[in-house]
Design a protein. Structure first.
Length: 81
C-alpha cells in the first residue's frame, strides 16, 4: 500500500469483506510489539452518547462516566480508574 500525504491508505476489498467493513463504518487500530492490527470498531457507550434521548432528565453523568470507564477497562484488559 502507498501512504498518501494525508496519511491515508486504501484497505483492500478482500480485507474489508473479511472484516465486514462497509462505507462509513468505524475501524480500530491496535499496536503491539511494533505491529499494527486493524479491526472493526465495536460500538461503545461513549461513541453512542447523545444518539438516544434519555428516559429521564437530568442524566446521572457520574454514573454514565463510571459505565464508560468500566467498558473501556474491559476492552483494554485493565481496571477502571
Amino acid at each position: 500500500m502507498t501512504l498518501t500525504r494525508k496519511g491515508q491508505v486504501t484497505i483492500p476489498a478482500v480485507i474489508r469483506k473479511m472484516l465486514g467493513l462497509e462505507p462509513n463504518k468505524q475501524v480500530a487500530f491496535e499496536i503491539e510489539a511494533g505491529e499494527v492490527r486493524i479491526k472493526a470498531a465495536r460500538a461503545t457507550l461513549e461513541a453512542a452518547y447523545g444518539a438516544v434521548k434519555p428516559l429521564t432528565r437530568p442524566e446521572d453523568f457520574e454514573r454514565v462516566a463510571q459505565i464508560a470507564q468500566e467498558e473501556h477497562a474491559q476492552q483494554v484488559g485493565g481496571t477502571p480508574g
